[in-house]
Design a protein around this ligand. Structure first.
Ligand code: PMP
Length: 311
């Protein structure tokens, strides 16, 4: 069997497709769909948490905004408003009667004209929801994970825009992920084309050294992560000094703490990089403090940061 933490999908009843709720098994596209041939899709990964005050979607507006940003640079116009998609996400959660779930809105160039020119293909939109647990392994959040630096780089400037969460970008992510898994690591960290630290295959990265928190900037070919912004805010509130700046690879080897952030990964500690222990080889105090603050918001439902959109 191939390596990696397995996360089978549990079907739910309905998927939202272009404004209609269709049965899970009927949510199909034609094989001539433009996105299938040319990677012309843009998506989001969002989480809905079961808080003490009811189900709430974390940073829903920010995710829908990023979906529109992702399509804008590709001149693809989503035929719905932001508000329609925000409402559609919540409706899809409600009809499927889920309390906590992962949410996947996807806009894609559909079935139109063959050929690279995308203008002749419509922009279709779908939203699926399903129950999803910890992304990087059962004990990842508590004990941390082992990662490697990937031999694959993130895209260079003016190749594929990394600020767009485009389907095609995830070919690179798949190479990073497979290489890591086949070598016995849970995740791979890609460097940018200059050799500076960029991000994981599906997560942003933070490093702690001498009590200062560091994270790579947008020009390190990262996806502008929404959890990254949440963590920056939490770090500010906790009084940690934060530096957003380019970092050489070797910062990973001398770090006191390293952690990954993402909607799926949440705040996952890293305990080793290329078999070099990070700090004492277990989650450190800064990581733990930020985890505690983050999970307090999504568990308690205390919306002091205005991140929660109750379903
Ligand atoms: N980088 C990549 C490549 C990702 O796929 C993700 C997950 N969307 C992230 C970073 C983290 O982004 P977010 O916190 O918005 O989920």
């Amino acid at each position: 069997m191939e390596p990696g933490y397995r996360m089978p999908i549990n079907k739910v009843e309905k998927i939202w497709m272009n404004g209609t709720l269709v049965n899970w098994d009927d949510a199909k596209v034609h094989v001539m769909t433009h996105a299938m041939h040319y990677g012309s899709s843009w998506f989001e990964g969002i989480r809905c948490y079961e808080t003490k005050c009811g189900s709430a979607v974390l940073c829903l507006d920010a995710h829908i905004q990023r979906l529109f940003d992702s399509t804008k640079m590709y001149r693809a116009e989503i035929p719905f408003t932001r508000k329609q998609l925000v409402d559609a996400v919540k409706e899809t959660i409600r009809v499927n009667k889920l309390k906590a779930c992962y949410i996947r809105p996807l806009a894609y160039r559909g079935y139109g004209e063959p050929g690279v020119n995308p203008f002749g293909s419509p922009v279709d939109v779908m939203i699926a929801v399903w129950e999803w647990g910890t992304y990087l392994g059962g004990e990842a959040l508590e004990n941390g994970i082992d990662v490697c630096v990937s031999s694959w780089n993130r895209p260079a400037p003016n190749t594929l825009p990394t600020m767009s969460k485009a389907g095609g970008n995830y070919l690179g992510s798949q190479l990073v992920k497979m290489e890591a898994l086949l070598n016995g690591y849970a995740e791979g960290i890609a460097l940018d084309v200059r050799g500076y630290i960029s991000e994981g295959s599906g997560e942003n990265i933070f490093i702690v050294r001498d009590k200062v928190l560091y994270t790579p900037p947008l020009i390190a070919s990262i996806l502008p992560g929404i959890t990254r912004v949440c963590v920056m805010k939490l770090a500010e509130d906790a009084g940690f000094r934060l530096v957003e700046g380019a970092m050489p690879r070797e910062m990973l080897y001398v770090a006191d703490e390293v952690f990954l952030t993402g909607t799926a990964a949440e705040i996952t500690p890293v305990r080793s990089v290329d078999k070099i222990a990070v700090g004492e080889g277990k989650p450190g105090p800064v990581t733990k403090k930020l985890q505690e603050m983050f999970f307090d918001v999504v568990r308690s439902g205390n919306d002091k940061y205005r991140w929660l959109d109750f379903v």
